[in-house]
Design a binder for this molecule. Structure first.
Ligand code: FEO
Length: 404
């Protein structure tokens, strides 16, 4: 059993998935948790369920506190199947009096489970329900990250149940942010943001502003994945504020893949040129780094330089796949450039520049293409490219500061 009392009568009853290593293309080396919460009040309420594979663990945890059949209400903050997979089984067992969800939540639940006869009670932003001693205040968070997503806030205890927002894929029996190393939690939070929420940054900025204006007295943020924030709430809110504003450090990533090490040699030479200017550079070989880790780096860097050999008039498949993935996550406010070795046609650099421009990344030069294997003069060209990019980026950052 893994139940923890968050506040008097409010329990964490979700499940830990120690083994999951892939979340539709996102590498989850540390596993995850599917958080669900039980509120003991006049109306006994379950907030969210768990992935169907972990239904028995949810039930064991609930049974350690009460008979699940005593549950009156189920609140569905998010319909994605890692949180609603057990919903049909729970409804069958519990026969709840009401299921609270957003307007889009009802539509999405019906689209998943095809049960229009369930006792839905649709709630919108600002709606409140009484559980007895407690009041639940609802806030729709459309497209964060699904159309159905919403927050539920228990006013009397100051607990914000935030669905996927502020979550981390981080399996641990500890339930609070102050029980695990903060650096681990922040890294996993950044990875979660970069791979799940990045494309919704404008909406997150708006949501943070709206929530601040509501003056909620938030004492705890309980997401649907990972640990619950009670000590470092300011840190995660500040991080979300920075990420959603695309504030990134003065740092260049050289993300590359190489057939016979020529593009790799170019990558190292570009890095040497960047280093001379004082712009921090990180080499990322796509053969050894997972795309979702690379996205965490992209979140925190203001410059993305791509390197790839040409294969069959196109890109190497790892670079093609990475660019497809990155494009969907819509990173903005960055500088970019491309380079690569080729044999006879050499389309890769143009393809990478086009992809960067499509993402509205500021491509600062047309790119460097070298035939077959670079000699030392070629590598000097790469070093020079690194110097030009480093100088441009650092000068641009300074001039931006001066105009603020
Ligand atoms: Fe954790 Fe969007 O589901």
């Amino acid at each position: 059993m893994n139940t923890t009392e968050l506040a008097k009568g409010i329990y964490s009853v979700g499940a830990i998935d120690w083994d999951v290593r892939d979340f539709h293309g996102y590498s989850t080396y540390k596993g995850t948790t599917y958080n669900a919460f039980l509120i003991i009040d006049k109306k006994i309420t379950l907030i969210d369920t768990v992935k169907r594979t972990h239904k028995d663990e949810l039930l064991r945890n609930i049974r350690a506190i009460i008979d699940p059949e005593k549950i009156d209400y189920i609140i569905v903050n998010h319909v994605e199947l890692d949180h609603s997979g057990s919903l049909p089984d729970m409804i069958e067992l519990v026969k709840p009096e009401k299921i609270f969800c957003s307007p889009m939540g009802k539509k999405t639940i019906i689209s998943h489970f095809h049960r229009e006869d369930w006792p839905f009670e649709v709630v919108k932003t600002g709606d409140e329900i009484s559980l007895g001693k407690r009041t639940v205040h609802f806030i729709e968070t459309r497209m964060l990250h699904w159309p159905d997503s919403m927050f539920s806030f228990i006013k009397e205890d100051g607990i914000l149940f935030s669905s996927d927002a502020f979550g981390q894929h981080y399996a641990t029996t500890e339930r609070f942010d102050d029980e695990v190393p903060l650096s681990d939690v922040m890294i996993e939070s950044a990875k979660y943001y970069a791979n799940i929420l990045y494309l919704f940054s404008p909406l997150i900025r708006k949501l943070l502003k709206n929530v601040a204006e509501m003056n909620l007295d938030i004492k705890m943020i309980a997401p649907d994945h990972g640990v619950i924030w009670r000590t470092h709430i300011d840190k995660i809110l500040e991080a979300y504020d920075n990420w959603s504003q695309n504030k990134a450090g003065k740092k260049a990533l050289i993300i590359y893949d190489s057939m016979w090490h020529s593009t790799e040699k170019m990558a190292h030479a570009v890095a040497a040129g960047l280093k001379e200017t004082g712009l921090s550079a990180k080499l990322i070989n796509l053969k050894v780094h997972h795309r979702s880790d690379v996205m965490t780096d992209v979140l925190n860097a203001n410059t993305v330089i791509l390197g790839c050999s040409t294969l069959n008039n196109g890109l190497l498949p790892r670079m093609a796949g990475f660019l497809m993935y990155m494009r969907g996550l819509k990173p903005t406010n960055k500088f970019g450039a491309s380079f690569g070795s080729f044999g006879w046609s050499g389309e890769a650099v143009n393809l990478m520049n086009t992809a960067l421009k499509d993402m509205k990344i500021d491509v600062i030069e047309e790119g460097l293409r070298l035939k077959y294997v670079p000699d030392s003069a070629h590598l000097d060209e790469c070093i020079e490219m690194g110097r030009r990019i480093g100088k441009h980026v650092l000068e641009s950052v300074e001039s931006k500061k001066e105009t603020i």
